[in-house]
Design a binder for this molecule. Structure first.
Ligand SMILES: [Zn+2]
Ligand SMILES: [Zn+2]
Length: 191
């Protein structure tokens, strides 16, 4: 025999009244807009991963989004940023005083490969770079979302010279600088 369940989309709780489970019935009775019930029997990790939708590049959490688009998870009585929580779960403790920077510039992304510890100053620099030109803010370097790497390239004689993928902005930056220096020398020789 099929037991009747709640009619709220995605809710599998047993029916209580008015087509709804007990917690949804209570929300309705209080005149609240119906929303997913936080399952206290789930661990914070489970709630985090349940909230994640993986796209080709990013892992997007829709948990408790802030007005500026950061996801949060309720952990031990406080809301913590989902990307920081994910980083600590999958990578390790965040060194004291460091921010977790989104290499992909997607605030609710929790994919560890898109996250990196940065000082507040670095974070601001990356952010202002991102706002300025939707890229890394570093000349000749852009972020390859799909491969989770920084790509270095230089423009020379109207051609793009590809210099490979790197794990950090700094490595990609020095590759681009070195190549520019090399090309500059040739340019100088041409004159
Ligand atoms: Zn329900
Ligand atoms: Zn991402």
């Amino acid at each position: 025999m099929n037991k009747r369940t709640c009619s709220y989309p995605g809710c599998e709780r047993p029916h209580y009244g008015l087509g709804l489970c007990k917690p949804h019935h209570r929300q309705q009775w209080r005149g609240q807009e119906l929303r997913p019930v936080i399952d206290r029997s789930l661990s914070p990790e489970q709630r985090l991963w349940n909230s994640v939708e993986k796209t080709q590049s990013c892992w997007l959490s829709n948990s408790k989004l802030t007005h500026d688009g950061y996801a949060r998870v309720w952990v031990n009585g406080v809301n913590v940023y989902a990307h920081r929580f994910a980083y600590e779960l999958l990578v390790g403790p965040i060194p004291e005083g460091l921010q977790i920077d989104h290499r992909c510039f997607v605030h609710n992304c929790v994919r560890p490969a898109h996250l990196r510890p940065a000082t507040d100053k670095q974070n601001q620099e990356h952010l202002s770079g991102a706002l300025r030109n939707s890229a890394t803010g570093v000349r000749g370097v852009h972020w390859d979302k799909k491969n989770c790497r920084y790509v270095a390239q230089v423009r020379h004689n109207r051609k793009t010279i590809y210099l490979g993928r790197y794990d950090s902005i700094e490595e990609a930056d020095s590759a681009a600088r070195a190549k520019r220096a090399e090309l500059f020398t040739h340019d100088d020789a041409d004159y």
